[in-house]
Ligand binder design. Sequence first.
Ligand code: GSH
Length: 237
Amino acid sequence: MPLTLHHLGRSQSERIIWLAEELGLDYNYVFHKRDPVFAPQSLKDLHPAGTAPVMEDDPSPATNSRVVLAESGAIVDYIIAVYGNGRLARTPKDGADYPHYLEWFHLSNGSLQPTLFRVLMTRGPTADPNSPVVAITLKKWDLLLARIDSRLAETGAYLAGKDLTAADIMSFFTLTTMRGFCPVEYDTEKHKNILAYLKRVAERPAYQKAIKICEGDDFTPLLDAKAEAFDFMKSRI
Ligand SMILES: N[C@@H](CCC(=O)N[C@@H](CS)C(=O)NCC(=O)O)C(=O)O
């Protein structure tokens, strides 16, 4: 089996395991434990990024040599192209779903996750709650949630359209597990479509299997309106 997927506990590399499970791929799985919050040396040894996810493909059918890739978006695109026969992506042949797919796929790492990360920074011990940066950041987060909720109201299902795509696989971590780092709440009325979406995705057998592989049986995905920080984050935010 040439494909090896590296997961760091409680991290966005859950996306890649979930993708592989949705596609029904065979792969080797390697778990890396946080040390105690950041990536351990084992992950830094694999790629200069020193972050998760990391994918190894040896030999890659594309290059006939060993490929080691970081960056979730790059890994998702690679796996879908090389092993997924294009499944879970959208192309111009898919009509209206295509531009939506592009926008939501890229929004995940381009806007959604950086904004939640900035929200986390506004909660640090040295953050000034009266800074205009805090107000702008919180406003941007609210706007993003409003956009996502209204898109989900439109489709009644997933971000690109009626079916799950890699745009969902890219975005879901920030709406769920990342809240264990930065416990933002959803409003049961304003975000009702997001809350329904979280439950809809969590019912997918491939998602359930991926989360079990990544975090074990005792982990409960953060799908409710309220979220609590992970224990290792509690003293840090
Ligand atoms: N943009 C990168 C971000 C990767 C990233 O920051 N991963 C986090 C896990 S959620 C990580 O490895 N954190 C540990 C560290 O930075 O030491 C991607 O999408 O892969």
